[in-house]
Design a binder for this molecule. Structure first.
Ligand code: KIV
Length: 264
């Protein structure tokens, strides 16, 4: 069985087939997600919080992402696999190229994800020109939580919204092949999704994105403490893990997740 690739993912946007994405960090869940119809697995640095019990994603290392990406790749055959670049692992071009290459060559990732707007456009260009596919992450940037002063909705006023639109265009022009929008108003996410030709995946960004992503432990109700408002406990509805993941996939594909209550 061959893996989904960027050509398939691009076609899904063109044909308006919603992309179902979830995080995973190990082989067993990767297998389950694939069986349930998930298209894309993100080996997110959220693993720092949900697997390691850290207070933020900041302590996660490149070696740890490589380890978890390898496990996900071993446990799956057909999903597209994206690996997160950890905090400060792409602060200059040489470091970004070296670390992204490791995530792909040693981890087996098909794409890497970086947080930031126009400020990282040049880094994105350096990576994509060397054949490394990039997913850009805009809006709420968990690696910048201390600067943002907490996990808050971004892009609420006109200036901030325009900056996000400009950032998204700059990243697409730099060669990014996908964008994740986290915690921004649904109307703004809709506009960015319409303006960009590359797939836009939302998390707390409304129903009009080209696809959705959630942290696996949030959507199974396993997260310690308060679950984010934009997430939903699919396990409570479905009663079993495979059925819960399948329900998520069906609701993303039909556009019934997220609901109005789960967006801003
Ligand atoms: O690390 C992660 O899981 C992520 C998602 C929240 C998109 O970046």
């Amino acid at each position: 069985m061959s893996r989904l690739n960027l050509t398939h993912i691009r076609k899904m946007k063109q044909e308006q087939n919603k992309i179902a994405m979830l995080t995973a960090y190990d082989a067993s869940f990767a297998h389950l997600l694939e069986q349930a119809g998930v298209d894309v697995i993100l080996v997110g640095d959220s693993l720092g919080m949900v697997v390691q019990g850290q207070e933020s994603t900041l302590p996660v290392t490149v070696d740890e992402i490589i380890y978890h990406t390898r496990n996900v790749v071993r446990g799956s055959q057909s999903v597209f696999v994206i690996a997160d670049m950890p905090f400060m692992s792409y602060s200059n071009h040489d470091q970004a190229i070296t670390n992204a290459a490791r995530l792909m060559a040693e981890g087996g990732a098909q794409m890497v994800k970086l947080e930031g707007g126009a400020v990282i456009a040049d880094t994105v260009k350096q990576l994509t020109e060397r054949g490394i596919p990039v997913c850009a992450h805009l809006g709420l940037l968990p690696q910048s939580v201390h600067r943002l002063g907490g996990y808050r909705v971004q892009g609420k006023d006109d200036d901030a919204a325009q900056r996000l639109i400009d950032d998204a265009k700059a990243l697409q022009n730099a060669g990014a092949d996908m964008v994740v929008l986290e915690c921004i108003p649904a109307a703004l996410a809709k506009k960015i999704t319409q303006v960009l030709t590359i797939p836009v995946i939302g998390i707390g960004a409304g129903t009009d994105c080209d696809g959705q992503v959630l942290v696996l432990y949030d959507m199974l109700g396993l997260t310690i403490g308060k679950r984010p408002r934009f997430s939903h406990d699919f396990l409570a509805d479905a009663g079993a893990i495979p059925a819960a993941i399948n329900k998520y996939v069906q609701e993303v594909k039909s556009g019934s997740f997220p609901t109005i209550e789960q967006q801003f």
